[in-house]
Design a protein around this ligand. Structure first.
Ligand SMILES: NC(=O)c1ccc[n+]([C@@H]2O[C@H](COP(=O)([O-])OP(=O)(O)OC[C@H]3O[C@@H](n4cnc5c(N)ncnc54)[C@H](OP(=O)(O)O)[C@@H]3O)[C@@H](O)[C@H]2O)c1
Length: 339
């Protein structure tokens, strides 16, 4: 019997310098979902500083998107013909809109080098469209559809000789707190309430992020298995750190609680919180070691001790049966709503 060897892991790196350690972004086309605020906006800024040719700021609200673009121009980060930003409409609360948004993108662009699925809902606890929790619609199902619909364009870009196509999916380290056992056998499982537990809202958010991680691992494995993809497509799962753009939403106590949380949790500002996304989207290390990053369903990385530090995933996030159940339930749900 041939000896089996464990997949190679990415090399541990000690530091990461946005000035020196990024690939050449000139000529690249990037989508940042939720690029109008928080970590997404700071990600856009860093990518502009790296002279990324075209960034599509995918957001649901035109006014907020255009205000963000105006602010980028005032900062001098937009250079016509060299580093530009455009609003692309994307509302993740409805998978049908997410699919339409991706289809529209394919009509207007001929390449897509990096897709950063950054937008998320951290607070809604309602049941949204089609009887599914808004958290799962925004954080898992719509990014799934958006990405799946963009795949032909990502794959086309990956055929080019010097391609380095990446999909960056933002999760939260809170995923590891999801109570076990987890089930994704039916759509009802997306609506789990945890009402008998403390921090039930956080757990529901974490559950949607766990789904995104399982889907990311499925996608990376599928892409590695598919043939003639040039350098392949690297799927990276990112926890950005605990960042001040996250706010505890408690009436009356919001101010004091958030001030305290900043200190106790060692929160960082979004301009620091974006660094792991930048490492995943544009670092030389991911390009130079892409086979290691793509192996074994891909990697999960955190902000500490340095941005892009690869961390072992929990047994739940690497549970193949759970992953298969999730994909089957997600696909059945999409079929049921006509997608
Ligand atoms: N902040 C943290 O401490 C932390 C920790 C772990 C993980 N993360 C993850 O990091 C990512 C960015 O977080 P952040 O702190 O920058 O959050 P944020 O400041 O609240 O920004 C969230 C972004 O998502 C967009 N969004 C929300 N619902 C949407 C929808 N239905 N359709 C389209 N866009 C929608 C928002 O757009 P609007 O402006 O229109 O609302 C906004 O642009 C998220 O994936 C989050 O889960 C954050």
């Amino acid at each position: 019997m041939a000896p089996t060897s464990a997949p190679l892991k990415p090399t541990v790196h000690k530091s990461f310098d946005v000035e020196k350690d990024l690939v050449d972004m000139k000529g690249k086309v990037v989508i940042v979902t939720g690029g109008n605020a928080g970590i997404g906006l700071e990600t856009v800024k860093q990518l502009l500083r790296a002279k990324t040719r075209k960034i599509y700021l995918a957001a649901r609200n035109e006014t907020r998107a255009n205000e963000a673009i105006k602010a980028l121009a005032v900062e001098g980060l937009i250079v016509p013909g060299e580093a530009e930003v455009f609003w692309h409409k994307l509302d993740l609360s409805d998978p049908k809109e997410a699919k339409a948004s991706a289809e529209e993108f394919i009509q207007k662009e001929t390449r897509l080098d990096v897709l950063i699925n950054n937008a998320a809902d951290m607070y809604s606890l309602d049941i949204g469209k089609y009887g599914v929790s808004t958290l799962h619609l925004v954080n898992h199902i719509s990014p799934y559809v958006f990405t799946k619909t963009l795949l032909p364009l990502l794959k086309k870009t990956a055929q080019e000789p010097d391609s380095d196509v990446r999909i960056v999916n933002l999760t939260s380290m809170a995923y590891s707190q999801v109570p076990t056992p987890v089930s994704y056998k039916t759509v009802e499982d997306f609506n789990v309430k945890y009402s008998y537990r403390p921090f039930a809202g956080l757990l529901r958010y974490a559950n949607s992020k766990l789904a995104m991680m399982l889907w990311s691992r499925h996608l990376q494995s599928q892409l590695v298995a598919s043939e003639s993809l040039g350098n392949g497509i690297t799927v990276l799962i990112v926890h950005p750190g605990v960042v001040t753009s996250f706010r505890v939403k408690t009436p009356f106590l919001e101010g004091p609680i958030n001030a305290l949380a900043r200190v106790l949790l060692g929160m960082v500002e979004p301009n620091v919180g974006c660094l792991t996304s930048i490492f995943a989207a544009a670092s030389k290390q991911v390009r130079d070691e892409r086979e290691r990053y793509q192996a074994d369903g891909g990697v999960y990385m955190q902000d500490a001790p340095v941005p892009g530090t690869v961390k072992k995933m929990t047994a739940t996030a690497t549970d193949d049966q759970l992953k298969e159940d999730l994909i089957a339930t997600t696909e059945q749900f999409l079929k049921d709503i006509g997608l």
